[in-house]
Write a protein that binds this ligand. Structure first.
Ligand SMILES: NC(=O)c1ccc[n+]([C@@H]2O[C@H](COP(=O)([O-])OP(=O)(O)OC[C@H]3O[C@@H](n4cnc5c(N)ncnc54)[C@H](OP(=O)(O)O)[C@@H]3O)[C@@H](O)[C@H]2O)c1
Length: 229
C-alpha cells in the first residue's frame, strides 16, 4: 500500500520542496490550503487539497477526517505550518505570545489530536514536526521570545506523544533547522553567508529519511540540521 501522508505548510518555502521530494518517492499527499487559489500549484494525481485554517480546531479536524475518508488509512503527518516573529521579552505582549502559539503550536496540535486517535486505532503512525534551534539553545532565544516559547511547546508535546506512543506505535520526530535557505531569509539577511544555511532540499531529505523503512524505526528523534550556521 502506498504511504498516505498529511502535510501542513505545503504552500510555504519549505513545504513546496518537501511536497516535491515526497511525491517523487511515490507517496500520496493530503495538504491543506488557506487560499483555494493555491491548490492549483499542486498535481492532483499525487496531492489532494483541502481548505483549512489550522488555528481553527474544527477546520483542522474536518481536514483530517476528510483526508482519512479519502485515503482510508493515513500513515504519517508532516506538520510544517508555522511562522517567525522577532521580539525580546520586554517588548512582547500577551497577544503576541498567543499569536505565535496559535501559529506554531495549535496548527500542529489541532491536526495531531484527531490523527493520533486514527493512528491508535490502526496500528500506529508517524508525526514529524519542525522545531527551531533557539528552543533547544535558550541563549539564542532572547531576540525572539514568543516564537521560541511557541516552538518549545512542540518539543514537550513530542516527548509526551513518544512516552505514550511506546504502547501504540505512535512516534513523534522533530526536525530542527538552523536557518533555512529561503528567498524570504535571503531578503531579510542579505549580508549573511547563505552557504552556511541549510537548504530546503536537505530538510526534505531528512524528513524523507524519517519516513523511510529504517527511519520509521527511529524513536524520540530530534534531527538537528544546522549545517554551518
Ligand atoms: N525559515 C527558517 O529559517 C526556519 C527556521 C526554523 C524553523 N522554521 C520552521 O519551518 C517551517 C516552514 O518554514 P518556511 O520558511 O517554509 O515558512 P513559510 O514559507 O512562511 O511557510 C509557512 C507555511 O505555514 C502555513 N501556515 C501558517 N499559518 C497557518 C495556518 N493558520 N493555517 C494553515 N497553514 C498555515 C502557510 O500557509 P499560507 O501559504 O496559507 O500562508 C505556509 O504554508 C515553519 O514551521 C517555521 O517556523 C523555519
Amino acid at each position: 500500500m502506498k504511504k498516505q501522508i498529511i502535510v501542513s505548510g505545503a504552500t510555504g518555502n519549505l513545504g513546496k520542496v518537501v511536497v516535491g521530494k515526497l511525491t517523487g518517492l511515490g507517496y500520496d499527499l493530503h495538504i491543506n490550503v488557506r487560499n483555494s487559489a493555491k491548490a492549483g500549484d499542486f498535481d492532483p494525481a499525487f496531492v489532494s487539497t483541502y481548505e483549512a485554517d489550522l488555528t481553527d480546531a474544527d477546520q483542522a479536524e474536518k481536514f483530517v477526517s476528510n483526508a482519512i475518508s479519502k485515503a482510508g488509512r493515513i500513515h504519517a503527518g508532516v506538520f510544517l505550518a508555522g511562522g517567525f516573529a522577532p521580539g525580546k521579552l520586554e517588548e512582547t505582549t500577551v497577544q503576541e505570545i498567543e499569536r505565535m502559539i496559535n501559529m506554531n503550536f495549535f496548527t500542529a496540535f489541532n491536526l495531531i489530536k484527531p490523527l493520533k486517535a486514527h493512528f491508535e486505532l490502526n496500528g500506529g503512525g508517524q508525526i514529524i514536526l519542525v522545531g527551531a534551534r533557539p528552543a533547544l539553545v535558550p541563549a539564542q532565544g532572547a531576540a525572539s521570545f514568543a516564537y521560541t516559547l511557541s516552538k518549545s511547546l512542540l518539543f514537550q508535546m513530542a516527548d509526551m506523544i513518544n512516552a505514550e506512543g511506546k504502547k501504540t506505535n505512535v512516534s513523534a520526530s522533530i526536525v530542527v533547522p538552523s536557518i533555512i535557505d529561503t528567498p524570504d531569509n535571503r531578503e531579510a539577511m542579505p549580508d549573511a553567508d547563505f552557504n552556511k544555511w541549510i537548504s530546503p532540499e536537505d530538510m526534505a531529505e531528512g524528513i524523507a529519511f524519517i519516513l523511510s523503512e529504517t527511519g520509521s524505526k527511529m524513536r524520540e528523534t530530534v534531527l538537528k540540521l544546522y549545517h554551518k550556521a
